[in-house]
Design a protein around this ligand. Structure first.
Ligand code: NAD
Ligand code: TYD
Length: 350
C-alpha cells in the first residue's frame, strides 16, 4: 500500500484533495498533516475521517525535527504539499509568518524527502501546489503560461515563488522527482470566509456591508475547487518528473461583476426583492499593491493530460451559495471561532 503525505489537508483546497484521494484510492493510505491554524478545520473532513485509509497528524511544517521524525516513522511514498499561509491581506500585515510556513516549511519538507528518500528518488514524488500569483499581474490582455517569468508583488506571492524555486532547485540539484502546479483562484465549499466569495456570501446573508476594494475592477480567473482537486490527481499520477502545469478555469470576472452575480443569486435564494443584496456593496480603500488581473492558460494540462474544467461558473457559484446556506453550523462555528476552541481542547499540549 502506498503511503501519501498530504500537508494542509484541513484547509480549503487540501480538504477536497484529501477527500478525493481517500475516496477514490482505497489502495493508498493518506496521512493528513496540518497545524490547524485559523484556516485549518477538521470539521471539513467529518465525512471521511473514519475511513481506514485515512489518518491525521497535528504538526507544524516549520518544525524540522518533527517533520524528520514523521518521515522516519512513516516512510512516505509521496508528498502532496498544500500547507501554507494563503491570504494576501494577512501577508501584508505579517509577511514573516508567510516566510516561515511557505518558504522554511517547504524547505523542511524537501530536506526530509532528500534525507529519507535517498537511493529511492525515482520511486518517490514531491508534488508542490502553488499559485498563479507568482507570475505577477497582467494588463488588459494576455495570459500566464508555464514559461511566463516570475514577478510576484505581494508578500504571499513572493513566498510562494520562493518555495517554487526551492522545489525546482531540489529537483535540479539532488534529482528528487518533483512536480509543481500553479492554479488560479478557487471557489467552492469549506472556503474560509476571509476570501472574497465566502466573505461576501456570509456578509450578504447577515445583511452586513460587502467590502469591494478600490473600484472593483480587478480581475480574477475562478476555478471550482473540485476541478482543482481533480487536476492535482491527474498531474500527481501522470506528469513527468520536473514538470510544471498551470491550472485555470478560463473564467475571468471583474470583482464587481462577480459580486453583483452573487447578490442576484442570494436575493433569489433568500427570497429578497431583486436588487436588495446589492445595496450592501461598499467600496473601500484598495489593497496595497493590488494585482490588476490574473488569467491562466491551461492548454498544456488540457493537451498533455486531458484535463478540462467540469463546471460553468454560474452553476458552481449557485452550488457554493447553497452549500453555505445549508451548512449554517459550519459557517457560524468558523466565524465565531468555536471550531478552534474545540480542536485546541482536543489537541491540548500537542
Ligand atoms: P487554506 O488557508 O485554506 O489552508 C491552508 C492549510 O494549511 C490550513 O489547514 C492550515 O492549518 C495549514 N497550515 C498553515 N500553516 C501550517 C504549518 N506551518 N504547518 C502545517 N500546516 C499548516 O489554503 P488553501 O486556499 O486551501 O490553499 C492551499 C494551497 O493551495 C496553498 O499552498 C495555496 O498557496 C495554494 N493555492 C490556493 C489557491 C486559492 O484560490 N485558495 C489558488 C492556488 C493555489
Ligand atoms: P481574495 O479572495 O483575497 O484572493 P486573491 O487576493 O488571492 O486573488 O481576493 C480576490 C479579489 O477580491 C482580489 O482582487 C481582492 C478582492 N477583494 C475585495 O474586493 N474585497 C474583499 O473583502 C476581499 C477579501 C477581496
Amino acid at each position: 500500500m502506498k503511503k501519501i503525505l498530504i500537508t494542509g489537508g484541513a484547509g480549503f483546497i487540501g480538504s477536497h484533495v484529501v477527500r478525493r484521494f481517500v475516496t477514490n484510492y482505497p489502495q493508498y493510505h493518506i496521512v493528513n498533516l496540518d497545524k490547524l491554524t485559523y484556516a485549518g478545520n477538521l470539521a471539513n473532513l467529518t465525512d471521511i475521517e473514519d475511513q481506514p485509509n485515512y489518518s491525521f497528524v497535528k504538526a507544524d511544517i516549520t518544525d524540522a525535527a518533527e517533520i524528520n521524525t514523521l518521515f522516519k516513522q512513516e516512510n512516505f511514498d509521496a508528498v502532496i504539499h498544500l500547507a501554507a499561509e494563503s491570504h494576501v491581506d494577512r501577508s501584508i500585515t505579517d509577511p514573516t509568518a508567510f516566510v516561515m510556513t511557505n518558504v522554511i516549511g517547504t524547505v523542511n519538507l524537501l530536506n526530509a524527502a532528500r534525507e529519507h528518500w535517498k537511493g529511492n528518488y525515482g520511486e518517490k514524488r514531491f508534488y508542490h501546489v502553488s499559485t498563479d500569483e507568482v507570475y505577477g499581474a497582467l494588463g488588459e490582455t494576455g495570459m500566464f503560461t508555464e514559461t511566463t517569468g516570475y514577478d510576484p508583488h505581494s508578500p504571499y506571492s513572493a513566498s510562494k515563488a520562493s518555495s517554487d524555486h526551492f522545489v525546482r532547485a531540489y529537483h535540479d540539484t539532488y534529482g528528487i522527482d518533483v512536480v509543481i502546479s500553479n492554479c488560479s483562484n478557487n471557489y467552492g465549499s469549506h472556503h474560509f470566509p476571509e476570501k472574497l466569495i465566502p466573505l461576501a456570501i456570509n456578509n450578504i446573508k447577515n445583511n452586513q456591508p460587502v467590502p469591494v476594494y478600490g473600484k472593483g475592477e480587478n480581475i480574477r480567473d475562478w476555478l471550482w475547487v473540485e476541478d482543482h482537486a481533480r487536476a492535482i490527481d491527474v498531474i500527481f499520477h501522470q506528469a513527468k518528473s520536473g514538470q510544471t502545469y498551470n491550472i485555470g478555469g478560463h473564467n475571468e470576472w471583474k470583482n464587481i461583476d462577480l459580486i453583483h452575480l452573487l447578490c442576484d443569486i442570494m436575493d433569489k435564494k433568500l427570497g429578497r426583492p431583486a436588487g436588495e443584496s446589492a445595496k450592501l456593496i461598499t467600496f473601500v480603500t484598495d489593497r496595497a499593491g493590488h494585482d490588476l488581473r490574473y488569467a491562466i492558460d491551461s492548454t498544456k494540462l488540457q493537451k498533455e493530460l486531458d484535463w478540462v474544467p467540469s463546471l460553468q461558473f454560474e452553476e458552481g457559484l449557485d452550488k457554493t451559495v447553497s452549500w453555505y446556506l445549508e451548512n449554517e453550523a459550519w459557517l457560524s462555528d468558523v466565524t465565531s471561532g468555536n471550531y478552534q476552541a474545540y480542536y485546541d481542547k482536543q489537541y491540548e499540549g500537542r
